[in-house]
Write a protein that binds this ligand. Structure first.
Ligand SMILES: [Zn+2]
Length: 419
């Protein structure tokens, strides 16, 4: 019954265990095969005798995976991976007893990243981001969402988005760009947040749209960020331009940003340590994905856990991401984030897998293309040298990813390395 799809395939992987994640469960197919055609998954299933005979005799290119596991390529659905400068010295100062206020007075904190980002060329930004991106690619990540938000003026915000576009066009993996002009207040608008929001709405957003640099708009709704009304202005403009929205919400306090985002049909609300029952109700109704960021929780030594039980009870899809950024999550390991989701947030290993595949795809509006192994989906695959799917979130500091296919092409190959 599989024969037509197989005769026609570009490549068939076999003698593999498939982690399909296609039924809200692991969806394991032991001793299976997966066929790819034109960059898509064309067939998959368990190997029987007929198939096995076909694989032995076919002229189609086949690959014996020797019982390794195939999962969907991982998706990091929330990063600020492109930025200038380096904040490790601040980290050192802080641990030597220098206060946050003093560090800020010395020009540290987010504004130091803004200053370095503005001063950097596109090439500088590309090269520094590439080192971080390569860490994620080694772990089987095939799609990365990347935000602007460290430029905070028109020219620098567009520069960041162009670098993201360049990463997308030069690397084998996909980048999903997000415009985050409303990340922090730039020094030029220190006492005029409304003026800055006007600049975003009247100048930056139309330019982003005209140059086709992003189709999604994010904002930071927080006491130290922007108010709900200010975010609303940005979202109204985004919708007018036909763009998607998402929100950094309820990270440090409950600003009821989730309700606002839900009203605008947001793809995701992210962080959520302080989300209220009403917020959960709102996002459950709007079909918005909850993106949790355990590495930021860890790095900031937060103690308020996001309400996992309540999100589960309302069947809100929960995605996980690195939040890779220089200030609150200098993290370039999505595998570590899976482990932290289990240890810090008490999510199950299955939830950690869904969080970086199926639910992460939904957070990007890509749930019909990515995040599961099933026919017709993009052939983005990670190959794992493991005995069980729980090996991946269980161990940390260990990378069992031995191969990656992107759009049906082998882009990482450690398959013949023996352990
Ligand atoms: Zn973030």
């Amino acid at each position: 019954m599989h024969k037509n799809a197989l005769t026609d395939a570009d490549i068939i992987l076999h003698n593999a265990n498939l982690l399909t994640l296609s039924d809200g469960n692991y969806g394991v197919i032991e001793n299976g095969f997966l066929a790819m055609k034109n960059g898509k998954i064309s067939d998959l299933g368990a190997i029987d005798e007929t198939l096995s005979a076909f694989i032995d005799n076919t002229t189609v290119s086949t690959f014996d995976l020797q019982q390794r596991w195939i999962s969907p390529g991982l998706i990091d659905c929330h990063t600020h991976i492109v930025f200038g400068g380096n904040r490790s010295q601040e980290f050192e100062q802080r641990l030597n007893g220098v206060s946050y206020a003093e560090i800020a007075q010395r020009g540290g904190g987010i504004l130091s990243t803004v200053k370095s980002t503005r001063a950097a060329t596109e090439n500088d930004l590309y090269k520094s981001a590439l080192k971080r991106v390569e860490c994620l690619m080694d772990e089987g990540v095939t799609t990365i969402e990347a935000k602007s938000g460290y430029g905070l003026d028109s020219e620098s915000e567009l520069k960041l988005l162009r670098v993201i576009k360049q990463l997308d066009s030069t690397l084998a993996i996909d980048f999903t760009p997000t415009f985050l002009g409303a990340h922090a207040l730039p020094p030029e608008f220190k006492n005029d947040p409304e003026g800055y929001i006007t600049l975003i709405c009247e100048e930056m957003l139309p330019q982003v749209k005209t140059e086709n640099l992003a189709n999604t708009v994010d904002a930071f709704c927080e006491t130290i960020g922007f108010t709900r009304d200010q975010v609303k202005r940005v979202f109204e403009k985004a919708k007018e331009l036909g763009m998607n929205v998402k929100l950094h919400a309820e990270q440090l306090s409950d600003q009821q940003g989730s309700q606002l985002a839900a009203n605008f049909g947001a793809l995701s609300v992210d962080h959520l340590e302080y989300i209220s029952d009403e917020g959960i109700e709102a996002i459950a109704k709007s079909g918005t994905t909850a993106v949790l960021l355990p590495a930021a929780f860890y790095y900031l030594r937060e103690s308020q856990l996001p309400p996992i039980e309540k999100l589960r009870a309302k069947n809100v899809p929960i995605a996980l991401a690195t939040d890779c950024n220089p200030g609150s999550s200098p993290c370039t390991s999505l595998l570590l984030v899976m482990n932290m989701a289990c240890t810090l947030f008490k999510m199950t290993p299955l939830e950690s897998w869904l969080g970086v595949t199926r639910h992460a795809a939904k957070a990007l509006g890509e749930e019909n293309n990515k995040g599961q192994l099933c026919k017709g989906m993009v052939a983005d695959l990670a190959i794992w040298d493991i005995e069980h799917p729980s090996d991946v979130p269980y161990a940390f500091g260990h990378n069992p990813c031995v191969g990656v296919f992107k759009n049906g092409q082998l882009i990482l190959d450690k398959l013949n390395q023996t352990n």
